[in-house]
Design a protein around this ligand. Structure first.
Ligand SMILES: NC(=O)c1ccc[n+]([C@@H]2O[C@H](COP(=O)([O-])OP(=O)(O)OC[C@H]3O[C@@H](n4cnc5c(N)ncnc54)[C@H](OP(=O)(O)O)[C@@H]3O)[C@@H](O)[C@H]2O)c1
Length: 317
């Protein structure tokens, strides 16, 4: 591994959003390196509130901020509560970034999402495709807040020389995921469905669409490692993609989950239902050139996620 340009060792590292799926993984990764992170519940500091955020930073004086706090949700929630997705996420980003700057934070890492990219971005999606086309309308409220966060971090770098970077992960899965029956992502939703099908002795599970769309899945602990790597090895204005670097079809990931869960029935496809975007894969060559690549094979990651599901570690709704 290349020599770090910035060291986390001995630093006061604040993980904003430590109870979330990403925040929990960042806490695990920091502890594994012997760094005890600073955390705060929402009751201690509501990051949508500027005065509270400012007061908390002035008192706790973190040297590094990993920004994984966000108001997140699925398509239905985005459509129903557009103000929440835009306002809350803009406020969290603006308050944390401004408070970090005022209180002399040495490094800030802003975590976003691949939904910032245009709906019809060329695949694999390169960082440069940001703002080159229209967004997916269903989540544009969230995406615009996340784009504003990237631009905020860039503006503090330009105006004040602040060391703030942004990372854009693909779909994540793993411990701490949301297994809610209606509003979870495809991979945790399938874990739950196959688990329930096995428990009830169902002969078949029917999936929406053809099973042919290709998707990229990154194990959340790999994202945490990638985030710590970028914290120590990257300082620059452009945001960086963080992904698995490879994609699989929905049919392939479904077959792997069925195998891990031990569902012995058949997988059927309801082709009358929509497929969605044919492919969503990020180009991760920039982070790879710096020296980092995701390591957890999909089947192993699914096994770890299923263990977490069985132990009640996720949010089961
Ligand atoms: N999950 C994915 O597949 C995925 C993929 C790509 C990118 N990401 C990005 O990763 C980041 C974190 O996502 P996640 O999946 O970990 O979300 P999550 O599980 O919903 O966690 C979000 C965290 O933010 C905290 N939070 C929200 N509003 C807050 C506020 N006003 N004050 C203080 N804390 C607040 C929540 O606190 P409470 O516990 O109090 O609610 C929670 O701990 C987001 O930026 C997301 O876009 C996630």
């Amino acid at each position: 591994m290349p020599e770090p340009m910035f060291s986390l060792t001995g630093k006061r590292v604040y993980v904003a959003g430590h109870r979330g799926m990403v925040g929990q993984a960042l806490v695990r990764a920091l502890k594994a390196r012997g760094v005890e992170p600073i955390i705060a519940t929402r009751a201690e500091v509501d990051l949508e509130n500027q005065a509270q955020t400012e007061a908390w930073f002035a008192k706790n004086r973190p040297q590094v901020v990993l920004l994984a706090a966000a108001h997140v949700g699925g398509i239905l929630a985005n459509n129903t509560y557009p103000r929440d997705f835009l306002y809350k996420n803009v406020m969290i980003a603006a308050n944390v970034i401004e408070a970090a700057h005022r209180n002399g934070v040495e490094k800030l890492v802003n975590l976003g999402s691949s939904c910032i990219y245009p709906k019809f971005a060329e695949q694999p999606i390169r960082e440069e495709s940001l703002l080159t086309g229209s967004l997916e309308p269903t989540n544009e409220w969230y995406a615009i807040a996340k784009i504003a966060a990237i631009k905020l971090a860039q503006s503090y770098r330009r105006q004040f020389g602040a060391d703030m970077i942004s990372l854009m992960p693909c779909n994540l899965y793993g411990p701490g995921d949301n297994y809610h029956p209606e509003n979870s992502h495809v991979l945790p939703a399938l874990i739950r469905r196959f688990h329930e099908a096995k428990a009830t002795g169902a002969k078949a599970v029917t999936l929406w669409g053809s099973g042919k769309p290709r998707r990229e899945f990154l194990f959340v602990d790999d994202l945490a490692e990638g985030t710590l790597f970028a914290t120590e090895h990257y300082s620059g204005e452009p945001h960086l993609n963080v992904g698995a670097g490879t994609d699989v079809t929905i049919a392939e990931v479904a077959a792997l989950i069925a195998k891990v869960v031990g569902f012995g029935g058949t997988l059927e496809y309801d082709r009358s239902k929509p497929d969605g975007t044919p492919r969503k894969l990020m180009d991760v060559s920039k982070l790879a050139e710096l020296g980092w690549r995701a390591e957890t094979p999909l089947e192993e990651g699914i096994r770890l996620a299923y263990d977490d599901f069985l132990s009640g570690g996720g949010r089961n709704g």
